[in-house]
Design a protein around this ligand. Structure first.
Ligand SMILES: Cc1cc2nc3c(=O)[nH]c(=O)nc-3n(C[C@H](O)[C@H](O)[C@H](O)COP(=O)(O)OP(=O)(O)OC[C@H]3O[C@@H](n4cnc5c(N)ncnc54)[C@H](O)[C@@H]3O)c2cc1C
Length: 382
């Protein structure tokens, strides 16, 4: 039997794509190399309200509800942004991913676990796993196979523009569970974090380009090293040049959809998956699988999140130019009631563009934001 759609990878992007394809009436199978969906976890589990809503997951995996963030500089300055209402949730990513997969199965998607895709011959996917070697015919592939995408490698697609390495541990620590803490100086090309993860537990980690183990060792000095859960992972940033081709649509981390400002990839992964599913439906209904037909996918996700992702990548590039001293000055500048009000009103973890525009209209911000202006932020809006 030939499936309309084979989805490779059962992370949030893959299961969202499988669920939507099945709901749209396409015969769909999702193939996952691990025997258990959701493991190993490679995530801090912080999801905006919008990301959580998009996932369709119940409150079951929610460990904490977050209303704000404290930015802490290495020089000791800090600023607390407290929206006094839930802005994000922290989830157990293992249970979260499994619930998304269950929802996809309930919608009619089939799952083939402990089976890895390793090749493509014509319109047939070659897999190896519990059933030995199998050849599975398809009409369209959705590659949701994460940062090291095998499918992208098979098709020799140009990959994401930048790759960061991440390390995180979960450990016992008492903190105010309403706030995440952000440590920009812990990793000068990105940032470090402490995220509440339920009663007396936190997740402490960072992502960066270089010296990641050394930076991490320095960050956790102020916490206990009594780790309950050790996470390492790769964060691809900056979208691949072309997210479709060869009867394949690339979604989530396989295409570099994570937000370059925060590293969050669940929201954008699910959004990309929904656009891929609606394009898959059109292609299957019309029996059209040319690049011209598949290009509709890229048009859709660009109209939805393209501008924010482009802007985010440029902010990520500017971030590389901000020194620890300038970051300290910036954090001091943010500690101003008018600026904090603006951040609370316009801040959006998934779509930071509006807030940045608003801040750049505030004389109070511009007066103190010399470090950012030196980094070239105004050029973003020219
Ligand atoms: C340290 C760290 C912290 C993070 N924190 C957050 C956060 O707080 N919030 C957030 O939103 N994002 C966070 N992210 C990013 C987020 O984890 C990813 O963007 C998200 O998981 C991407 O989802 P995905 O479905 O595209 O890929 P993945 O979740 O990576 O899923 C890909 C799936 O494909 C499977 N697979 C791979 N190859 C094959 C193959 N050949 N055959 C079959 N199956 C295959 C894998 O086993 C995996 O299950 C973090 C990332 C890191 C590294």
């Amino acid at each position: 039997m030939s499936y309309d759609v084979l989805v490779i990878g059962a992370g949030p992007a893959g299961t969202a794509a499988a669920a939507e394809c099945a709901r749209l009436g396409l015969s769909t199978m999702c193939i996952e190399e691990h025997g258990t969906i959701g493991y190993p976890v490679q995530c801090a589990g912080l999801l905006s309200n919008a990301a959580f809503l998009e996932s369709g997951v119940s409150a079951g995996p929610v460990l904490a509800r977050v209303s704000g963030a404290r930015l802490v500089s290495g020089f000791g300055s800090e600023v607390l942004i407290d929206a006094k209402t839930t802005k994000a949730v922290v989830v157990d990513r293992g249970s979260f991913d499994r619930e998304m997969a269950n929802n996809a199965a309930d919608s009619g998607a089939e799952f083939l676990l402990k089976t890895a895709a390793y090749g493509i011959r014509g319109n047939t996917l070659l897999v190896r796993g519990v059933n030995g070697h199998q050849e599975i015919p398809f009409r369209l592939l959705i590659a949701a196979d994460g940062p090291r995408s095998t499918i992208a490698r098979i098709h020799k697609m140009p990959r994401a523009r930048s790759y960061l390495a991440g390390i995180q541990i979960e450990l016992p620590y008492e903190c105010d569970p309403r706030f995440v803490e952000i440590y920009p100086d812990a990793s000068p090309d990105f940032f470090g974090w402490m995220i509440p993860a339920g009663e007396g537990r936190v997740r402490v980690g960072l992502c960066g380009h270089s010296q990641v183990p050394e930076r991490f060792a320095s960050l956790i000095k102020k916490f206990s090293e009594n780790s309950m859960h050790f996470v390492t992972g790769t964060l691809p940033l900056g979208l691949m040049q072309k997210t479709y081709g060869n009867r394949t649509l690339f979604v989530g981390d396989a295409a570099g959809f994570a937000k370059p400002t925060s590293g969050g990839g669940v929201y954008t992964g699910i959004r990309s998956a929904c656009h891929a599913a609606s394009t898959a439906s059109f292609c299957c209904d019309n029996d059209l699988f040319t690049d011209v037909a598949l290009a509709e996918y890229e048009r859709k996700w660009r109209a939805d999140i393209g501008r924010e992702l482009d802007l985010g990548f440029r902010i990520f590039q500017l971030r590389q130019k901000i020194s620890a001293y300038d970051m300290n000055e910036l954090i001091k500048a943010l500690d101003n009631p008018e600026i904090i009000r603006t951040i609370i009103k316009y801040g959006n973890m998934d779509r930071p563009g509006i807030l940045i525009k608003k801040l750049l209209c505030k004389p109070a911000f511009l007066r103190c934001a010399a470090p950012l202006i030196r980094s070239g932020i105004l050029s973003l809006f020219q």
